[in-house]
Design a protein around this ligand. Structure first.
Ligand code: UDP
Length: 478
């Protein structure tokens, strides 16, 4: 019997950190919900942390199978090892499906891993680059790659005037622009995203038309991205993917029940949720100020302090904060943000956290630390106006008085907090609409799926014809 329509098979390849796995896995789930076969290809080290309905998971190697990133020693060595081992094992994975009922039609790869496009092309299949940063940040780095903006950006160069973007001042720029020497391997990686993009069949960006249409348009000739975000589990947006409340990936064990139970004891819209994402490591001085600010604000708070940072909490803080605060190593951030007791999100403004705050309509206080977080925080405060950015002092530290003042403005009834709440609701509705039936992002995803179906059927027809032709060839032995 001839098999029914084949809707294509995508292999989705993330950079193996929490902030990259989450949106790419969500994209895989979204494609699967539209009938495409989706296989998530992730490193051996992260493989066991992933579990998502309707998405297959397959391991590939970054050459650091036992210890992941830390095994490599540094970023440069890691990326080199990932490229060599990843190319080989991704190729093997594509090969493995070659003669199955659903050969791979397309590799959707994290833009941090441009070598995956070369692998896709070696196998004559589609390649799609998935950018996990804001369109604004992509606009900026694309310009640097093409020599339209040179580094370092100096004080006399600001405000930077870039097509599609608001004027950007020194504190709003991704930190690598001011200090290109600070993390050369990261900067090189950010720029390499654009190195072979002209070969890509699609470019996807985890943002949406209503949020960053102009920012993307400002660079569309060099970076013609389809805006398909926000890649946040469906339960918080359109609800069209059944039972989709979590990303389905957690590199650390989340403390769930304790958080929920604790939140149940709190009044609606009374608790500040504090998290600096998976990568940032605060200095002891900054931890001290955050701790002091939270205590002084008098507001109940739930603070995610990673294992590696615990030693930097002020002495006795955990004990003394017991009444008002809960400190956990890791949690399911979305479930907490969605809880009715939460009134404010103190965030480092990583792009996923920013999109989550926007999608769930939670007012924010940005305490950005480095890289793109500075730019995201600028937009949170100045463009989308869903929160405030806490200002740092000349030492680069946000003092407790500043944090208290921001928390006060965001959480106590007044003109500012009303404006922020109104905007937070507005963006939540727009995010829902973008991914809902017929919304801007939904349309872009559907167009992609249509192309995948076309290609899958073409190759299916070709195979069938080839098989039929082979049958017709007279057998030489007779
Ligand atoms: N996150 C989480 N639990 C935590 C803290 C963070 O699940 O306790 C998730 C968060 O929801 C987000 C991701 O980890 O999806 C962090 O990504 P982001 O881009 O915000 O920051 P990064 O970790 O890359 O700096």
């Amino acid at each position: 019997m001839v098999e029914k329509e084949c809707r294509g098979h995508v292999v989705v390849l993330p950079y193996p950190s929490q902030g990259h796995i989450n949106p790419l896995l969500q994209f895989a789930k979204r494609l699967a919900s539209k009938g495409v076969k989706a296989t998530f290809a992730t490193t051996h080290y992260t493989f066991k942390s992933i579990c998502a309905a309707n998405v297959g998971v397959e391991p590939i190697s970054d050459g650091c199978d036992e210890g992941g990133f830390t095994q490599a020693g540094n970023e440069e060595l890691y990326l080199k090892s990932f490229k060599a081992n990843g190319s080989r094992t991704l190729s093997q994975l594509i090969q493995k499906f070659q003669d199955s009922k659903s050969p791979v039609t397309c590799v959707v790869y994290d833009s941090f891993l441009p070598w995956a496009l070369d692998v896709a092309k070696q196998h004559a299949i589609y390649g799609a680059s998935f950018f996990t940063n804001s369109a604004t940040v992509c606009n900026i780095f694309c310009r640097i790659h093409h020599g339209l903006l040179s580094l370092p950006v100096k004080l006399e160069d600001v405000p930077l005037l870039i097509p599609g973007l608001p004027p950007l001042n020194f504190p709003d720029l991704p930190s690598f622009l001011r200090l290109p020497e600070s993390y050369p391997a990261y900067l090189a990686m950010k720029l390499s995203q654009y190195s072979n993009l002209d070969m890509a069949d699609w470019i996807f960006s985890n943002t949406f038309e209503e949020l960053e249409g102009e920012e993307a348009k400002g660079i569309s000739e060099l970076w013609p991205a389809k805006l398909i975000g926000p890649m946040v589990p469906s339960a918080y947006l359109d609800g069209r993917i059944e039972d989709d409340k979590r990303y389905g990936a957690s590199l650390w064990k989340p403390i769930g029940e304790e958080c929920m139970k604790w939140l149940e004891t709190k009044a609606p819209k009374s608790v500040v949720y504090v998290s600096f994402g998976s990568m940032v490591s605060l200095t002891a001085e900054q931890m001290d100020e955050i701790a002091g600010g939270l205590k002084e604000s008098g507001l109940p708070f739930l603070w995610v302090v990673k294992e590696s940072e615990h030693g930097r909490l002020p002495d006795g803080f955990v004990e003394s904060a017991k009444e008002k605060g809960l400190i956990v190593r890791w949690c399911n951030q979305l479930e907490l943000l969605a809880h009715p007791a939460i009134c404010c999100f103190v965030s480092h403004c990583g792009w996923n956290s920013t999109l989550e705050g926007l999608s769930l309509g939670v007012p924010m206080v940005g305490v950005p630390q480095w890289a793109d977080q500075l730019t995201d925080a600028k937009f949170v405060e100045g463009i989308w106006r869903v929160g405030l950015r806490a200002k740092e002092d000349e030492k680069g530290v946000v003092r407790k008085e500043e944090l208290v003042m921001c928390l006060k403005q965001v959480t106590t009834e007044g003109e500012k907090s009303r404006e922020i709440k109104k905007n937070a609701n507005k963006w939540r509705e727009l995010a829902k609409k973008a991914l809902g039936e017929g919304g801007s992002s939904d349309k872009r995803i559907n167009e992609f799926v249509e192309q995948l179906i076309l290609r899958a059927n073409e190759s299916y027809d070709q195979k069938r014809e080839a098989a039929a032709a082979a049958k017709d060839i007279p057998n030489g032995h007779h």
